[in-house]
Design a protein around this ligand. Structure first.
Ligand code: NI
Length: 399
């Protein structure tokens, strides 16, 4: 657990470094000069120096090739042997009336006063009894004795419309807006501010913006549709599976089959599934006159209404074959699909599962056929996987 915390901290520090100095590249590190060294325009110490870095100077640099660092502020290169990387870790200032000093002595210049319980970054360049720290972006020294390793005071918190700042003050610029569904940890809270972090965010938010409540998961909806039934053997199995998973679906039935398997159709409707019209005999409606199409759909609606007591509100043309005239002349909306399982073609339960679980999206309409045994066999796995992904299974009218 401890090891995990420590590695988390180093990751968070990297994030903070990026946030607080956005001009720095991701591989930029803070260095400390161990002795004075010259800066060169090229990685070649035999050329004329363009500048220098004094002993104890702190600067950001990026590793260049063999033995050299690139120093963006100096627009030049320095030899890595004179520089020591400074690795930071979070610390909480655990005392009142603390000051950030310019040097490791109380007689030196006071850079700023420090708020108790606020967070600093401590670096590995430590004078006796003093720590080099970065506090709200300013480098200085604080007594090591007042700095404590941060402990997580609250895990799994969330925020509402929280502005993330690198300092605990409203005058600090907003580094990011944290979305409401992101899980965070709180490291310390003081004066109405909390220092929060996760793998992506770290910084201060108003404590009032923090909540313990997990946001309600966004429910994704998907409409499973079954065509060409009812089938005397496959449809009852599909209905049993849907009931087991408390899933609703839409059955686009053929009028002839509805008459043949009326009891099954009645059961489907009574169990809360939507019944749509799929024509009387599965003719390619786009080849018929519009008058014949309307007559076919009305005849089918009458059969379904007689059996279930409810007149369909939607239809699906067989083969998806639809004309512009059908779109404008038929009062029911045509319902096609966004995800075709091709279950009629491959007749393979594994393939049906793969197509649906790979292609599922919020608002998808999935085309299947409740006349093929492998489709009924695939359904428990489909429901299991999608339910675990947060989907609810709704009828076309509920989508
Ligand atoms: Ni069909």
């Amino acid at each position: 657990m401890k090891r995990l915390m420590i590695s988390t901290f180093f990751f968070v520090i990297a994030c903070l470094a990026i946030h607080t100095s956005s001009a720095q590249a991701a591989d930029t590190t803070l260095y400390h000069m161990q002795q004075k060294a010259y800066v060169y325009a090229q990685m070649d110490a035999s050329t004329k120096a363009t500048g220098s870095l004094q002993a104890s100077a702190r600067f950001y640099a990026q590793p260049a090739s063999d033995g050299w660092l690139y120093v963006p502020n100096k627009k030049g290169y320095v030899q890595v042997e004179y520089a020591q990387p400074l690795n930071g870790e979070y610390v909480v200032v655990n005392a009142e009336n603390i000051v950030l000093y310019k040097a490791a002595t109380k007689s030196s210049q006071k850079l700023s006063s420090v708020i108790s319980q606020s967070v600093a970054i401590r670096y590995n360049d430590v004078a006796a009894g003093w720590s080099l720290v970065s506090y709200n972006g300013t480098f200085g020294y604080m007594p090591t004795s007042v700095l404590a390793a941060p402990t997580v005071t609250e895990t799994k918190v969330y925020v509402t419309d929280a502005e993330l700042r690198n300092k605990p003050t409203k005058s600090a610029p907003v580094m990011a807006m944290i979305p409401a569904d992101v899980e965070l940890q709180v490291y310390t809270s003081f004066l109405g501010w909390s220092f929060i972090a996760n793998d992506t965010y770290s910084g201060y938010v108003k404590t009032a913006d923090i909540t313990d409540n997990t946001p309600a998961p966004v429910m994704k909806k998907i409409a499973l549709t079954f065509d060409d039934g009812p089938h005397k053997k496959v449809t009852p199995q599909v209905l049993a599976t849907l009931k087991q998973y408390d899933a609703k679906a839409t059955f686009f039935v053929i009028g002839e089959e509805a008459e043949r398997n009326a009891a099954i159709l009645k059961q489907a409707a009574s169990e809360g599934h939507q019944i749509g019209n799929h024509s009387f005999s599965h003719d390619r409606l786009s080849t018929l006159s519009i008058r014949a199409v309307i007559a076919d759909l009305e005849k089918t609606n009458a059969v379904i209404q007689r059996i279930t007591g409810t007149k369909p509100t939607v239809y699906r043309p067989p083969f998806g074959a639809i004309t512009q005239q059908m779109r404008t002349s038929i009062s029911m909306p045509p319902i096609l699909w966004s995800l075709d399982t091709l279950d009629w073609k491959h007749r393979n339960a594994d393939k049906t599962v793969d197509v649906i679980t790979n292609g599922a999206k919020d608002g998808a309409i999935v085309l299947m056929h409740d006349i093929h045994q492998p489709t009924a066999d695939a359904l428990p796995r489909v429901l299991e996987v999608l339910q675990a992904q947060g989907y609810t299974f709704v009828t076309i009218d509920e989508l």
